[in-house]
Structures are given as C-alpha cells and as structure tokens.
Design a protein around this ligand. Structure first.
Ligand SMILES: Nc1ncnc2c1ncn2[C@@H]1O[C@H](COP(=O)(O)OP(=O)(O)OP(=O)(O)O)[C@@H](O)[C@H]1O
Ligand SMILES: [Mg+2]
Length: 324
C-alpha cells in the first residue's frame, strides 16, 4: 500500500492531517501532499495554525495572516493569525454588548473582563479552532491539508469536547458578567428575555459548528490522519502512545510515513563512522517500526541531500512520498 494508492482507493477523503512529534516532517509532507494532489487537478488548501510560520518557510512566500494565498495552480496555502482573530472577537463582543444594552461606552469592568478572557490560552485555541471551522465550513476546495502543530497540541485541537468546553466557559463567563448589569438594564430596556434568547442562540450556533467540524474530523470517510515517524527509539515509543490516545478520540488514523531513513545501501560504500552507526541504529528501529505498524506503512522517505524548501524540493519530496 502506498499513499498514491490510498488516495486512489479513497476518493471521498477531503481532510488530510500529518501528525507527529516536533520536527519530524509534518509541514514537509503537508506541502508535498498538497503539491501532488494539486498536480493531479485537485483544488487544494494547505493551512497552518502554527505561529512559527512554517508554511511561509517551506513555500518561500510570506503568507502569514494573508488569507488563502495561491502558491501554484490549484494550490493554496493559508497561515492563520490567531492574534488578529482574538482582536476581532473582542470587538465583536464589544459590539454585541453595545447593541444588546444600547450602551455607547463599554463599562470598565466588562472591558477588563474581555481583556482577561482574551489572555486565556483557551481563547487562542478557540480563536484558531474557530478559524479552522470557518475555512472548512466555507468549502471551495477538494482537499484540505491541515499542517498540524506537534502532537500534544494537536491532540488538544482534536479533542473537540474540551475545545467546546472552553467555548462554553468563555461564553457563560461573559453571560454571568452581563447578568450583573441585567437588573439595571432591565429597568431601562425591558429586554431581558430577548437577550437570553440571543445568547442561547449563539451557544446553539457554536455547538452546531463544533459538532459539524468535529463530525468531519472524526469521519473516516472524509478524514485521513497520517503519523510521521522516524527510525528512532523515542519517536517510535511516543508515536505508539499517541496513536492509542488518538484512537480514543476516534481520529481516523490511516497510516504511517517513515521519514529520514538513511539508505542502508550506503553501508556498501566507504562512509564515515557516524553515518555507518546511524544506519545501523536505524536498521534496528526500522525492524521495530515494520513490526509495530505492520501493513500500515504508506511510505519510507529517505534523508534528502538538504532541507525541503522551495517548489523544486517540494516536488521532489512529493515524488518520493507518493512513490512516483
Ligand atoms: N527527508 C528529509 N530529508 C532532509 N530534510 C528533511 C526531511 N524531512 C524533513 N526535513 C527537514 O527537517 C526540518 C523539519 O521538518 P518539518 O518542518 O517538516 O517538521 P515538522 O514536523 O513540521 O516540525 P514542527 O513540529 O516544528 O512543525 C525541515 O528543515 C525539513 O526541511
Ligand atoms: Mg511544522
């Protein structure tokens, strides 16, 4: 089974994720897969929530916070600016309060609350999550490739239940804060019930969006999650653990890609000791990988002559990854 075969056999797949520990090749494979699918006439969006601006690096284009940027025919890339999204939220909340309560000025207490809420880590996560939902719900592409952050974080995004919780906490917190003003405001505006309804509607709207995107992300017909591993002991161990955890969240793990394999054929040549030792070390770990992930390895990618940056290298990587 190869990656190319996988996509031929599973034409319904729309959402693709490469997951794994830091620095193993997630962004590299996301870009390579995007290129390969775009070359086959599919409209592809590869997007990232990583503030490290990794897609900008690999495509050698500054796309951070610029929306969906066309990189090549059929190939679009997007790097989400979470901070901007949070600023937009804050303004949205202020506007809602102004509208609901007919206030011109946001009371200090509420303003402080809005600021404090925005500083919560959960806020950044939900800002990112919300933008991802926007992108996915909006449609317009044949494939969405989600360039994930390293494992721990990725799990957070994938555990929709906790993201949902964060949302609800945020919203209900705000609601409680507003309730303090209700007594005063009710006497002026007699709109208590209407306001409650609106908040409820908002919650229902959010819940629907989250349910929708969560059902997309855990739908094995539409989503494929691939683990990136390298032939290193710690990486293998962490991957096995993570795979167990991901299964619990019903993430449809569809295969493993082994990266940075130094070709064993080099042993025949006159090579320096460090390289010889590395190959021997990898050999043992490759055996373990083939055992542990038997039948689910979709590609073994060699160590390349240099890092993968720019379209020529991405294309080369795509060829290797998909086995052309
Ligand atoms: N097969 C390979 N041969 C040579 N260099 C590689 C290979 N795969 C990845 N690299 C290089 O390794 C570095 C890390 O790769 P990449 O950025 O894709 O990892 P990542 O998993 O996205 O990292 P992060 O967790 O930080 O997002 C990059 O410089 C990339 O070019
Ligand atoms: Mg990356």
């Amino acid at each position: 089974m190869s990656l190319a075969q996988f996509f031929r056999d599973n034409p319904g797949i729309r959402y693709i994720m490469f997951g794994g520990k830091g620095g193993l090749g997630k962004t590299t494979f996301s870009a390579a897969a995007a290129r390969w699918l775009a070359d086959r006439g599919h409209r592809v969006l590869v997007f990232s929530v990583d503030p490290q601006a990794s897609l900008s690096d690999i495509f050698e284009r500054d796309i951070f916070g610029k929306g969906e940027v066309e990189i090549a025919p059929n190939l679009y890339a997007c790097e989400i600016d979470a901070d901007r999204r949070i600023a937009e939220y804050q303004e949205e909340v202020r506007q809602k309060i102004r509208d609901m309560y007919g206030m011109d000025q946001i009371p200090d207490e509420i303003e402080n609350y809005i600021r404090a809420a925005s500083a919560e880590p959960a806020m950044e996560e939900s800002a990112i999550f919300d933008q991802v939902v926007d992108i996915v719900v909006k449609g317009g592409y044949d494939y969405y490739i989600y360039d994930l952050v390293p494992l721990g974080h990725a799990l957070y995004y994938l555990s929709m239940a906790s993201v949902y919780d964060a949302w609800i906490t945020k919203i209900t917190g705000l609601r409680e804060e507003m309730r303090k003003y209700d007594a005063v405001v009710a006497t002026i505006r007699r709109e208590k019930e209407t306001e409650e309804d609106r908040i409820l509607n908002e919650l229902v709207y959010i819940r629907d969006r989250i349910n929708k995107s969560s059902s997309i992300l855990t739908d094995p017909q539409r989503t494929a999650f691939f683990f990136v591993v390298t032939p290193e002991e710690m990486v293998i161990e962490d991957t096995v653990k993570a795979a167990g955890l991901f299964s619990k969240y019903e993430v449809p793990i569809r295969g493993y890609v082994v990266n940075r394999v130094v070709p064993p054929a080099l042993l025949e040549q006159d090579i320096p000791d460090y390289l010889r030792n590395r190959i021997l070390m990898q050999k043992g770990n490759m055996e373990r990988i083939r055992e542990e992930f038997a039948g689910r390895i979709l590609a073994e990618v060699p160590e390349m002559e240099r890092d993968i940056r720019g379209m020529a290298m991405i294309e080369k990587m795509a060829g290797v990854l998909f086995g052309n």
